[in-house]
Design a protein around this ligand. Structure first.
Ligand SMILES: *Cc1c(COP(=O)(O)O)cnc(C)c1O
Length: 410
């Protein structure tokens, strides 16, 4: 295949008009939408209105007249169909870390005398840190974190496991768990399940209700493109909402916050997942970004992601690049919307690629991640990105001094 063949694939792409919905830069190929989605044009307009009219002119009235107070619910209901949740179970709030704390605390209380939170050694660090924090707050006798390798989960599900906490798509390797099978297995062993959808929501269809999931959290700024300001979301299955009691019981989760009572009474349903005042400008941006998903078929997004990543993988293979080896699963059904490769000089290699206009990221110690985001990524981008990758590796330009400097965020 040559350059023109890729352009032809783009012409035939049924998702091609979505690219115009984003602010894109023709000089760069953005392969980091799995870390921070690009700016949707709808968000620019909506933010401008929110700042100039809602904040600038309407001020405090906006809580009612511009529905600020309902944004966590409005956004939650927009996210719900993307993760396979019926209404009344998803709300937008805080960060994943904070939401994990709320859900883990509530779940461990619901599930009798069991004390173990079971998770995976290479789960995303914040998930583990938050569980550790809860364990040290409640004491090891009431709550302890147990970590096992991915292939040991089944045998580790003993009679003390209260919650199985997993991230569906591994942030390093891109490996994707079988949500349905693991949820079923955990339930058989009497455990509840909490899924982190940071690398799932907006990337492919998720079926929380159909898989009988108990709790979930997810991210607003990755595949949902809510921007560097986007809050996260949480899901509590309807069947748990009566017994659900979370300790960060701020006034926004109160049954009637504007009665200003001195005792906490949780709101009904998913609203009790809220804590403090919602960050309105951040929510407005995410709300506008979600409009892009309104009529979108996530199965089509998934299929294009597979086509893009398989094209990338085969092109990389055909170049036989020295030192580069695939870390992600070969089977596209067993991975999320990213490919991870190892390389002994992964960090400077990333920097050299970024200088060439291919934006990727490095994950310690030796991993380069390539994210595939079908809403704005084209087949021609894949072709160009692999050409640049081959050039950078074959010339060893990454050995240059300028690519060795590490900054705070990698
Ligand atoms: C990005 C990411 C997070 C981010 O957590 P925040 O508290 O929202 O910053 C959490 N978990 C996973 C798996 C992630 O990939």
């Amino acid at each position: 295949m040559n350059r023109n063949d890729y352009i032809e694939l783009d012409d035939k792409d049924t998702l091609r008009e979505y690219r115009d919905k984003f602010v894109t830069n023709e000089d760069t190929i953005y392969m980091d939408g799995n870390s921070l989605g690009p700016l949707p044009r709808s968000a620019v307009e909506r933010l401008e209105k929110a700042v100039k009219i809602e904040w600038g002119r309407d001020l405090i009235q906006s809580w009612n007249t511009n529905s600020w107070i309902d944004l966590p619910t409005i956004i939650g209901e927009k996210i719900a169909p993307l993760v396979g949740a019926a209404p009344g179970q998803v709300i937008c709030s805080d960060s994943i870390s904070i939401n994990l704390f709320k859900l883990l605390s509530a779940a461990i209380k619901i599930n009798g005398n069991r004390t173990t939170i079971l998770s995976q050694t290479d789960n995303f660090p914040t998930d583990l840190y938050m569980a550790e924090g809860l364990s040290s707050l409640l004491g090891e006798n009431s709550c302890r974190l147990k970590l096992v390798e991915s292939n040991e989960i089944e045998t580790a599900l003993d009679s003390d496991v209260s919650i199985l906490m997993l991230t569906e798509v591994n942030f390093r390797t891109g490996e994707r768990h079988d949500m349905k099978a693991l949820t079923e297995l955990a339930h058989e062993k009497g455990a509840l399940v909490l899924w982190d959808l940071a690398h799932s929501a907006g990337a492919f269809p998720v079926a929380l209700d159909a898989c009988n999931v108990d709790f979930a959290v997810g991210c607003g700024y990755k595949y949902l493109n809510g921007g560097p300001v986007a809050p996260a979301f949480l899901y509590v299955a309807t069947r748990h909402q009566d017994k659900f009691q979370q300790p960060l019981c701020g006034w926004m989760g109160h049954a009637s916050p504007f009665d200003f009572r001195n005792r906490y009474e949780a709101a009904e349903g998913i609203l009790q997942g809220l804590c403090g005042t919602p960050p309105i400008l951040s929510m407005v941006a995410l709300d506008a970004a979600l409009d892009i998903f309104e009529a979108l078929d996530l199965e089509a997004v998934k299929q294009k992601s597979i086509a893009l990543s398989e094209t990338f993988r085969r092109l990389v293979d055909s170049h036989e690049l020295s030192g580069l080896s695939l870390l992600s699963p070969l089977d596209p059904e067993c991975r999320g919307s990213q490919l991870a490769y190892r390389h002994p000089y992964a960090f400077p290699l990333c920097q050299a690629l970024i200088k060439e206009g291919v934006i990727v990221d490095f994950r310690s110690p030796d991993i380069i991640r390539f994210g595939f985001t079908p809403l704005y990524m084209r087949y021609i981008d894949i072709f160009t990105a692999v050409q640049k990758l081959a050039m950078v590796i074959n010339t060893e330009v990454y050995m240059d001094e300028e690519f060795q400097v590490k900054q705070k965020v990698t």
